[in-house]
Write a protein that binds this ligand. Structure first.
Ligand SMILES: [Zn+2]
Length: 242
């Protein structure tokens, strides 16, 4: 619990900085005390009231203003967030990820690529580069499912779904010629589908399979006021690749 509490303290501090609060530590202490009261009054775990209070604050216009300015295009997901990286790419964002990358290397690369770090590791958030916001970072509670992680990142950074990118590497997807790709398409899919997309970076083949439909549905639900996500000519990743 102490690690989670620490992570929330960091986040509260960041929110208070957004509104140029003067007495940061006093503000953070006050918010934590309030979360403790909420937890005791309603008999819910402290982690739940910390999250709730944080989201309540973050949704206020004054706090949103600061975050909106910093809306990142590129994310660097920590080693445990490979699934989130894939979904972010499907939502049209650059999401870098590497299996087994260590903290120092992650920080170095995020700085180099000007990416925002996404992590479930509260210890990582304590690193000076992140604490001082030399590198922007965002901590996600480790208990969330991938769609919940995506929803939280969308809310935090006010993202909207964009033209999908290749879920494997983040490359641009271009429509591919069905006949030219025939050998790579499973016969059963070839019979009923005409639209195919090829990643310009890794060459993987995508089509609108059931996995793609599931992701699109999820993205639609995340997009404000039910606006459909921007899909260029219907391009989108499917779960299957050659
Ligand atoms: Zn690719």
């Amino acid at each position: 619990m102490s690690r989670i509490l620490k992570a929330y303290e960091t986040r509260y501090r960041w929110l208070l900085q957004q509104v140029r609060a003067r007495h940061l530590q006093r503000g953070v202490d006050w918010l934590v005390a309030r979360a403790r009261r909420m937890s005791a009054d309603r008999k819910v775990p402290l982690s739940q009231s910390l999250t709730e209070l944080c989201e309540r604050l973050a949704s206020r216009p004054a706090f949103r203003k600061g975050a909106a300015h910093a809306g990142p295009d590129r994310f660097y997901c920590d080693a445990g967030l490979g699934g989130l990286a894939r979904w972010l790419r499907g939502a049209g964002y650059e999401a870098l990820w590497e299996a087994g990358i260590d903290d120092d290397e992650l920080l170095r690369r995020a700085r180099q690529t000007q990416a925002t770090i996404l992590t479930t590791d509260s210890m990582l958030m304590e690193r000076r580069l992140l604490r001082d916001r030399i590198i922007p970072g965002y901590w996600l509670p480790p208990t969330l499912s991938i769609p919940e992680q995506l929803a939280l990142v969308f809310r935090e950074f006010h993202l909207t779904a964009r033209v999908p990118r290749c879920m494997s590497c983040g490359g641009e997807l271009r429509p591919g010629d069905k006949e030219a790709l025939r050998e790579k398409i499973p016969p059963r899919t070839y019979r009923w589908l005409d639209e195919y997309f090829v990643c310009v970076s890794c060459g993987k083949l995508f089509w609108h399979g059931t996995h793609w439909q599931r992701i699109q549905k999820q993205l639609r639900s995340l997009t404000a006021a039910g606006t459909a996500p921007a899909v260029n000519g219907g391009a989108g990743p499917s779960g299957r690749a050659t």
